[in-house]
Design a protein around this ligand. Structure first.
Ligand code: ACK
Length: 303
């Protein structure tokens, strides 16, 4: 996919090279807003020209705890070596009151909306599966799986647990490149007894592994479970996991060993991957390194 060459050309930056003067950051358009903060599309102005970026910041009046969470995310991102399938850090502003994390701008929006937008119009939502995409082929869908597994494999290697892996947190770049986003702010939102905490609606129950729901354990293996659900979202072109089941039914179902059935038009091979990701025993699930290899093999079989 030409990704290997791109990957090798990316080098980690030396410490202290990230700070951007606040006056060089221009805000153009608000992209989105959550409980913690907001994301803007903007530019970094430099003598050589400007670069379009996405800028993450906290709401005004954010607590000291939220500010610390943002700084922790930033410090973590600084230590990461760049990867083509992970949204990369461009710079930061930490010397002014308002902390800014500046990341590469990924133009295609999130994968969930992207998939929904490729559905052929006028088809039934549940029948509207992979062959019903107006623009995507099965190989494109496998390539999405491959790229996300590859980015996650990088996070797995550096022992970073994402905790909120879902199509809404994957961004689509040029040439249908998948980039994993939001692996920072997401991590602090879970507290004890969280699966009962439904009021905020923040818990990604439909993507959560068995042991995350019942024991509050999150690891790279629980990310693998979420990856299985993300695959289901890809195959159904942006479907909502466990359709027709409410939260209590999902919790009951999982306890009884229920798993989502194979979507129509999903190949046996892909469903086997999902099934492996949803093993109750986390150690029986594939690692992201194994998932990357599996997708590479499945893609090669398509040619
Ligand atoms: O689906 P979207 O266009 O993609 O709307 C959401 C919104 O901000 C809130 O998260 C978009 N977004 C987040 N990070 C980036 C980024 N690095 N590049 C482009 N858009 C982004 C996201």
């Amino acid at each position: 996919f030409g990704l290997k060459a791109k990957y090798q050309s990316l080098k980690p930056r030396a410490k202290g090279e990230w700070e951007v003067p606040h006056e060089c950051v221009k805000f153009n358009k608000k992209l989105g807003e959550g409980q913690f903060g907001l994301v803007w599309k903007g530019e970094i102005l430099a003598r050589k020209g400007s670069r379009t970026v996405a800028i993450k910041m906290l709401h005004e009046g954010a607590s000291a705890k939220d500010r610390k969470a943002l700084i922790d995310e930033l410090e973590f991102m600084k230590t990461m070596s760049p990867h083509p399938n992970i949204v990369g850090l461009v710079g930061c502003c930490t010397r002014s009151e308002q902390v800014l994390i500046i990341v590469e701008y990924v133009p295609g929006g999130n994968l969930k909306d992207y998939l929904l937008n490729t559905r052929c119009k006028g088809k039934d939502i549940y029948a509207n599966l992979a062959p019903f995409s107006a623009t995507l082929t099965s190989k494109d869908l496998l390539t999405f799986g491959y790229q996300i597994a590859r980015g996650m494999s990088h996070l797995e290697q550096i022992k970073c647990v994402h905790r909120d892996l879902a199509a809404r947190n994957i961004l689509i770049g040029d040439d249908k490149t998948c980039k994993i986003a939001d692996f920072g702010l997401a991590r602090d939102i879970y507290c004890e007894n969280y699966y009962r905490k439904t009021s905020g609606g923040r818990l990604p129950l439909r993507w959560m592994a068995y042991e995350s729901i019942f024991n509050g354990i999150t690891t790279s293996q629980s990310d693998a479970w979420s990856f299985g659900v993300l695959l289901w979202e890809i195959v159904t072109l942006g479907g909502n996991p466990y359709p027709d089941m409410n939260r209590d039914q999902i919790i009951d179902g999982l306890q009884r060993g229920y798993r989502m059935p194979k979507p129509h038009h999903c190949s046996d091979e892909i469903y086997t991957v999902m099934w492996e990701c949803w093993q109750q025993n986390p150690d029986k699930r594939p690692t992201f390194a194994e998932l990357t290899a599996t997708f590479l093999r499945l893609i090669s079989l398509q040619q």
